[in-house]
Design a binder for this molecule. Structure first.
Ligand code: ADP
Length: 257
């Protein structure tokens, strides 16, 4: 039994299984909170493989992933980084938000994302062939607004890619019920709120209501916080800091819950 709950939204399970079987790298595209990390956790469990997750940020460098020498007593000792470990042990490595990382990370994974499937460790002057079970997975938020980092087309073309988005109402309602044990009627209302806000593109929100925010709101309601307050602090406030938009969204939500 898979201990990770994941509700399939499209054909992602089959796509992932075939990608894994063919030893290809995989890229999940989509906004935050749409189930990308949960999906990878679920697939690693399903395939019975170890998962190593790295949350990339602007300081993440190839050294962080590959490894470094540390001084121990009078000696310099080499310590494998998470990518090297995954390559050797045959784990699935998940580079979350890969576009945030420093450019040398993209260079470092180059030879792992094609037929060579090998990692070059320049500090050791060594090339390591990836274990048969090794898989490289990355996620990327295309963010149609300004301020998001891009991935080069030549990098994107190295991955089998799949877009993640908000699930249809029925599935999202089921996810809320499964994740939080909230009643169906409230779950439906939360999904309705999300749909309304997602359609308000004129607000110009950088990111709109994610499934994660709905799950958080449902958890607060389930634990006894008043519904309107739960929606305000879990959905409205995390979306924007603009007082006028907060007020408009709060009024809208109050009508719907
Ligand atoms: P991402 O990695 O895309 O930012 P997560 O995987 O962390 O998003 O998803 C956020 C939360 O949303 C999860 O913790 C889970 O509660 C819920 N979720 C989203 N999509 C699904 C799904 N298809 N099945 C189960 N839970 C989901």
């Amino acid at each position: 039994m898979n201990s990770t709950y994941y509700h399939e939204v499209g054909k992602e399970v089959a796509v992932f299984e075939h990608t894994y079987a063919n030893k290809l790298p995989f890229l999940l595209k989509g906004p935050t909170g749409t189930g990308k990390s949960r999906f990878i956790e679920f697939m690693a469990n399903k395939l019975d493989k170890k998962l190593i997750t790295i949350a990339c940020h602007e300081e993440t460098s190839s050294t962080d992933l590959i490894g470094r020498y540390i001084i121990k007593g009078a000696e310099a000792v080499w310590i494998d980084g998470p990518l090297t470990k995954a390559v050797k042990e045959g784990a699935i490595i998940y580079l979350d938000e890969i576009a945030e990382a420093r450019p040398d990370v993209i260079v470092a994974i180059h030879s792992l994302t094609d037929h060579r499937r090998e990692l070059y460790i320049d500090k050791l002057g060594k090339i390591i062939k990836a274990h048969n079970d090794f898989m490289l997975v990355a996620s990327f938020n295309p963010g149609y607004q300004k301020g998001f980092k891009e991935l080069k087309p030549s990098t994107k073309q190295r991955f089998i890619s799949l877009s993640f988005n908000y699930p249809e109402n029925k599935i999202e309602t089921e996810i809320l019920i499964n994740e939080t044990k909230i009643d169906k009627s409230t779950a439906k209302k939360l999904v309705n709120i999300a749909t309304k806000i997602r359609n308000l593109t004129e607000l110009g929100l950088t990111e709109t209501v994610s499934t994660r925010l709905l799950v958080d709101a449902a958890k607060l309601i389930r634990s006894g916080l008043p519904k309107r307050l739960s929606v305000e602090v879990a959905i409205v406030e995390p979306l924007t800091d603009d007082i006028e938009i907060i007020e408009a969204l709060r009024d809208l939500c109050n009508l719907l819950i």
